[in-house]
Design a protein around this ligand. Sequence first.
Ligand code: TXA
Ligand code: MG
Length: 352
Amino acid sequence: METKIFKVTKDSLDILREASKLLNSGELVAFPTETVYGLGANAYDGKSCSNIFLAKGRPSDNPLIVHISSPEQAENIAYTCDLYYKLAKAFMPGPLTVILPKKDIIPSEVTAGLATVAIRCPKNEVANKLIEISNIPIAAPSANASGKPSPTCAKHVYDDLNGKIPMILDGGSSEFGVESTVITIKNDVITILRPGSITKEMLGHVSKNVQIAPAVKEELRADEQALSPGMKYKHYAPNASLYLIDDKSIDFIKFTSKMQRLENCAVMCYDEEINLLENKNLLPVGKEKDIKKQTKNLFNLLRSADDLGVDTVYAHLPKDDGESLAIYNRMIRACAHRVLTSEEQHKGGTNG
Ligand code: TXA
Ligand code: MG
């Protein structure tokens, strides 16, 4: 199948109509959102949604997010509650996904057999217009091949899914760069299953009771059931071995300079550190304090690491709170929990 890419804005009505025709006839369309690109199908059509899993190579027990163009549309597909509407008032449209009990109209292919459905109202004019014109809710995971970093531009989608889907809508690079914050709500308690740009502190303005699921920061124990199936899969992993350096106990520049001499490695450094390192395979993440920029760059840099063909990648261990938690969560999984807290711990080479 030929994969066509179209540059779009919300006013590209002809192209958006063509995309909605494809969706309504059971095909898949990749589209931009403010977080990452999504791979969309008609959420009412189980067969189309199962094709998403095929195109991505996604495990069939990992459910999809259903995208709507206004918070009230949740009524068609889920059982809402007061807290849902409080959250909607504060954060929708925006990078927040809320898990609610599902209605029968949503096929089990979307929810991987769960009794709940994930709902999100994206804040991206193209995404919104596409949902509106299509007149259906759109089920969409991130538009990457399963296991790869989520795509933050149309080229990433093309690199992963060329030949597998008919259309990619190119709306430029994603505003936020990490996937939405995924939460469950029970009575007045909000639990964060996946951290994103809507932080615990921000959610705290809507409910006093916000907790973070343990698997956000730690490895899931073998006997532990994932609250969100996505938690149990290895994700975002570059081909090279990624190590996170705890710079409270290791001098980052001294250590990575040494590794630059000893290994075929890349270094994800702060902009301020560029001149302190050898100018070879550097992947600057942004200024140390500029968490927004670092978030936006993250997946592109993890993809670039693969293009460099290095054996190892070194990066700072991100902070695990506030806006940084989203980066921490992705990086800790990308490195398969290889965090270096002392130089002695590191054997060097590519055996990690
Ligand atoms: O920003 C985003 O959320 C992007 C854009 C395209 O909207 N989408 C995205 O989808 O990241 P995906 O499929 O890559 O991640 C969805 C996450 C997975 O970890 C999945 O396990 C979880 O949401 N999820 C979906 N439905 C769920 C449910 N009913 N219960 C628990 N977790 C659920
Ligand atoms: Mg994904």
